[in-house]
Design a protein around this ligand. Structure first.
Ligand SMILES: Nc1nc2c(ncn2[C@@H]2O[C@H](COP(=O)(O)OP(=O)(O)OP(=O)(O)O)[C@@H](O)[C@H]2O)c(=O)[nH]1
Length: 426
């Protein structure tokens, strides 16, 4: 096993730059640079020197014993002064004098997984945590990272195994007339697990939105004031506005942190029949994006109707500043914008508040397969004693598919997907 190292902090100037080292030779490297190996987990100030004795930097050194490190290996962290020159010097010493290898993106985490310090769902949570930009994303990622998936899988497994044991007891003692009717208890256990899985599956879409961001499309006639509203939301001139109808032709996106909800607002071409080929393409694209969006805001100029309107969408009067009633929203003056945002928050927040741990398509598929397997098992049990053996087989497959959610084995393709997005030093 190679001993690897990587800067854990981004390149550039900073107060402190952290360089991590992990692998069998980590402590030996600390001794070579710092003169001794400080007590594990105690921050110790040391003068780091290269082989010639020249000082590299004065740094805090943190040593971790194999059982108590992130990777599960002997490891160490050097907290250097955050200058590009210090980090470059350190890097050269570790590469050339100590013969270490620069870690690949995600390699520390991969080792943590291989040493069973983390399960695969936690690795997914960690990836999301590093990517988290908003408060709700952080909370969701932390829940997954903290190992909640493993707890749930464990509780499903226990009940499934109990059901399997009951089924097998009947099979084993078939000749001895032990079998009282177990089908009721088995079915109850299975229905229980099934209900929880279904709830998780229903939450995946919401969790995915939370991870990747919600889309809210702004729609309406040309000149309704869509671009002006978007710019108001963005706090900058993201979209061109003009008194000429048909100004916006492509979809313009603005990403906003709406009290923890990651929301992308889409400004779209005004909806109208047009002979202009390019504008018509814009209208078509607007409608496509609006269809896929999580929520649509229709800016209403008069009392036109919107065939694209769906339940839950928002219709709001445009250019409130020109109206006697002052109802609606005005991108120009900002009137009604907070009210509109509250409504958006309320609607998206409802989607985002489901208490799920399943956050990815991979989880959904495994759970869906488990539900299908449970359904087949329940059906076999219903068919009577002769079919119990098949029911048992089904349940074994269900357990396997749920174990895969947190499994340590068979995860290569999952890892490649996750680690391709990891940053260096994690
Ligand atoms: N009084 C008033 N004028 C507005 C408001 N919003 C937009 N306008 C004006 O209406 C005109 C059209 O605004 P845009 O924001 O470009 O409208 P749009 O819906 O994006 O138009 P298209 O890109 O053509 O679809 C511009 O002259 C704006 O200054 C508003 O809230 N109040």
């Amino acid at each position: 096993m190679d001993t690897i190292f990587a800067p854990a902090t981004p390149p550039g100037k900073s107060g402190v730059a952290v360089v991590r080292v992990s692998g069998p030779r980590a402590h030996e490297v600390v001794r070579a640079l710092a003169g001794d190996v400080p007590e594990p987990r105690r921050a110790s100030l040391r003068r780091l020197r290269d082989r010639s004795g020249a000082v590299i930097d004065e740094a805090l050194v943190l040593v971790f014993a194999p059982g108590g490190s992130f990777t599960g290996e002997p490891s160490a962290e050097f907290q250097l002064h955050g200058s590009p020159a210090v980090v470059a010097r350190m890097r050269r010493v570790l590469l050339e004098e100590q013969g270490l290898r620069l870690a690949e993106p995600g390699e520390f985490t991969r080792r943590a997984l291989e040493n069973e310090r983390l399960d695969i769902a936690q690795v997914e949570g960690l990836a999301d945590l590093i990517e988290a930009e908003t408060e709700l994303q952080r909370r969701l990622a932390l829940r997954v990272f903290s190992g909640e998936m493993r707890q749930r899988v464990e509780s499903w497994r226990e009940r499934l195994i109990r059901a399997m044991a009951l089924v097998e007891a009947v099979i084993d003692f078939a000749d001895e007339e032990v079998p009282e009717d177990v089908s009721e208890e088995v079915t109850a256990l299975l229905e229980d697990v099934r209900a929880e899985l279904t709830r998780e599956i229903e939450g995946v879409r919401a969790a995915e939105r939370l991870r990747e961001g919600f889309e809210v499309a702004i729609l309406g006639r040309p000149n309704a004031g869509k671009s002006t509203l978007l710019n108001r939301l963005a706090g900058r001139e993201a979209a061109l506005t003009s008194e000429i109808a048909g100004t916006t032709r492509d979809v313009i996106e603005v990403r906003i942190d709406l009290d923890g909800l990651p929301v992308t607002f889409l400004d779209t071409a005004g909806l109208r029949e047009t002979d202009d080929v390019v504008e018509a393409m814009g209208v078509r694209r607007a409608l496509e994006r609006a269809r896929a969006a999580d929520l649509r805001i229709f800016l209403q100029v008069e009392d036109e109707v919107f065939p694209e309107l769906r339940p839950g969408d928002i219709v709001v009067a445009a250019k409130a500043d020109l109206r006697d009633s002052r109802e609606g929203v005005s991108g120009l003056t900002g009137e009604g914008v907070d009210r509109l945002l509250d409504e958006v928050k309320e609607k998206l927040g409802r989607i985002a508040s489901l208490p799920v741990t399943a956050t990815r398509e991979r989880h959904r598929q495994a759970m869906q397969a488990a539900v299908a397997g449970i359904d087949r098992a329940v059906e076999e049990v219903r068919q009577g004693e002769a079919r119990l053996e098949i029911a048992g087989e089904e349940l074994r497959a269900v357990v396997a598919s749920l174990s895969g959610l947190v499994g340590y084995i068979d995860v290569e393709h999952v890892l490649d997907e996750i680690f391709s997005r990891f940053c260096l030093g994690k």
